[in-house]
Design a protein around this ligand. Sequence first.
Ligand code: X90
Length: 284
Amino acid sequence: MNYVIISDSSSDVLEISNVNYQTVPLKIITSEKEFVDDKHLDLEEMVGYLREYNGRSGSACPNVQEWQDAFGDADAIFCVTITSNLSGSYNTADSALKEHLENYPERKGVVIDSLSTGPEMALIIEKLISLIGEGLEFEEISQRINEYKNTTHLLFGLESLHNLAANGRISGVSSKIAGILGIRVVGKASNEGTLEMLSKVRGGEKMISCIMEQLEVNGYSGGAVRIHHCANKAATVKLINKIKEKYPDADVKFRRTKGLCSFYAERGGVLIGYEGSKKVDADN
Ligand code: X90
């Protein structure tokens, strides 16, 4: 199959070797500067600059043209986006694809709304690669990836909710609970693809035990876990050790958040995508 997998840069996965994979960048914007979330972005420079910068900052999703440029001449197009409930990325991808398929009716494509971001998108991308590798038909892959997406989950532990609140992605009430020194907020992506706060805890150890509890509550039983952290390798390594202790066969990998997730998760933030139980029972 002459395929392409494309995700927006909120997946934190910018390149995959031996796979026809591309990302379209989101942008992080201040009144003075624009950071394009691609492989040229200097993360440390961005984080340092934003720490000193006191004005308004925000983000912008990819536009229709950027998605279309990534489609190339592939016959089968798989796009994976950040949750449509917090970003316009899904809508621009969807418009781009509709227009593209009108021009090339023999091609096929699908836009998968992750209802999540970062590491949960990474799991969806990995699954797409394996389904394509199995040699399945486009329709079969589209159906199976939707079923898979219904079993993946996202947890997060954040030290600051400032950028999320300043950009209207969470209510002001939730943001006041973070930002107090030592307090972490643990939450999850809701089934609707919004941020759902679960608990506030004091200190990194409590954050990790809260995440361990939540993994179990949501049916994690030793499958794939992807951890994306924003300058918090210490917590990541501790969490991996806890997971391996309890689930010795767990398939765990980690990486740094890239631009978009670093901006919103902020320093110390940890995002955990994992395979668990069904979110919505398809029979109901
Ligand atoms: O279109 C845009 O400008 C992008 C807006 C993105 C806003 C939210 C990004 C969240 C990044 C924070 C913790 C996990 C959130 C879970 C979401 C369902 C990471």
